[in-house]
Design a protein around this ligand. Structure first.
Ligand code: SF4
Ligand code: SF4
Length: 191
């Protein structure tokens, strides 16, 4: 039985929505499309290793396309995430936001046997880590385990995509494997 609570309150400094690249899973993308109706090609970007830091070269979600590598991310502009409202600075996709956003800045600790132990706050993600609030760890752990399962499925889907050979293969084609009914020809919205 792990620790039931972790002290934290978000003070809405905006750091995680402006300075951090968010990498959604396909399941996050599906949820956002279903709940907001937005075209995934408008809110997604495909970043090269030069565009993004902190993602291991061996990460299983790199997409291979004609000799280049890309990773799926939420599109960002000068003022931050695509979904960040420019004036209110609130997330316009809050109810559908990726699990990564929901878990930030919590860090999981497990026992050697892999059982839940506790959550702490990441020290290396730039969050000011205010301690004047309280979170239940049960729902956080449920989110974490859901995200872990999604990451495993994500890696398997990328493996299939990376094996595919067809002309003009682009990272946008990956989206067609799990979202249908949208066109990738629309001009992405400017942030
Ligand atoms: S960096 Fe931390 S305090 Fe700032 S908005 Fe994100 S979670 Fe909240
Ligand atoms: S989806 Fe919402 S919570 Fe996540 S980074 Fe973008 S604005 Fe922030």
């Amino acid at each position: 039985m792990g620790t039931h609570t972790v002290h934290f309150r978000c003070h809405h400094c905006g750091h995680c929505c402006t300075d951090v690249v968010c990498l959604p899973t396909p399941w996050d993308v599906i949820r956002i499309v279903k709940q907001t109706g937005q075209n995934p090609y408008a809110f997604l970007a495909f970043l090269t290793p030069e565009d993004v830091t902190g993602v291991n070269k061996s990460d299983p979600t790199w997409l291979d396309c004609q000799g280049k590598r890309y990773i799926m991310a939420l599109r960002r502009g000068k003022k931050g995430c695509y979904f960040l409202h420019p004036k209110t600075r609130f997330c316009t996709a809050y109810e559908a936001r990726p699990i990564l956003c929901r878990l930030y800045p919590f860090k999981l600790h497990e026992t050697r046997a892999g059982a839940f132990k506790a959550f702490s706050l990441h020290t290396d993600v730039g969050c000011p880590r205010h301690r004047d609030g309280l979170y239940e760890t049960g729902p956080l752990y449920a989110l974490y385990t859901a995200d872990s399962a999604h990451q495993e499925d994500y890696a398997r889907l990328v493996e299939v995509f990376n094996r595919r050979r067809y002309p003009d293969k682009r990272p946008e084609h990956f989206v067609e494997m799990f979202v249908t009914g949208f066109s990738d020809s629309m001009t992405p919205a400017k942030s």
